[in-house]
Design a binder for this molecule. Structure first.
Ligand code: COA
Length: 161
């Protein structure tokens, strides 16, 4: 059953990430974590890689889907988020969506754009055939994801290098 029906507010649009978003993307993601001194060349190489990986059974659809919400007046990136579609063996060769790297530009927080990008990515996961969409988050953001119809399931484990 579908839980999400994305409604894009007036003055904003959503689209796949583009080369021209480079400077804005660095600023928005810096609100999430360390971006580092990434070059335009590396950014372009990553976008080209993302554009080259397609779903096994849907060769026109991307496995890496990074979307940006654009402020149509300023043409700047107000928010960003990714859903990566994982091809599994279990669940009859099922698909799982992984939401990653959600960030809203600090000037645009509190306007429901965070919820909008989560709704949009979740809807993409559903349309692409995922049987579930999962994500990791900081404890301080649990309430935000609950507002986006996600519930706690399990505990994240990690080893860092
Ligand atoms: N804890 C609890 N509730 C929160 C919350 C938080 N940290 N952040 C937002 N909410 C609530 C809002 O009050 C709103 O509730 P309402 O519908 O009852 O009014 C709802 O969640 C939707 O909020 P929204 O306006 O869409 O949030 P946002 O656009 O400000 O984006 C973040 C939220 C977390 C994405 C944004 O603050 C951000 O980019 N933070 C820095 C990067 C980050 O932490 N990313 C998430 C990584 S896991």
């Amino acid at each position: 059953m579908s839980k999400t029906r994305t409604i894009i507010p007036n003055g904003f649009s959503i689209r796949r990430i583009e080369l021209s978003d480079f400077e804005d993307v660095k600023i928005v993601l810096a609100g999430l974590t360390t971006v580092g001194p990434i070059t335009l060349f590396t950014y372009e190489t990553i976008l080209n890689y993302w554009n080259s990986v397609k779903l096994m059974n849907k060769p026109t659809e991307y496995a890496y889907n990074t979307s940006v919400i654009i402020d149509d007046h300023t043409h700047t990136v107000a928010a960003i988020g990714t859903i990566f579609i994982e091809q599994k063996i279990i669940h009859d060769g099922g698909l799982v969506g992984h939401i990653e790297d959600i960030a809203v530009n600090s000037d645009y927080r509190g306007q429901k754009l965070g919820k909008l990008i989560i709704d949009y990515l979740s809807e993409q996961g559903e349309k692409l055939g995922c049987y579930k969409v999962i994500l990791d988050c900081d404890v301080k953001n649990v309430g935000f994801y609950e507002k986006c119809n996600y519930n706690q399931a399990g505990i994240e484990m990690q080893t860092r290098f």
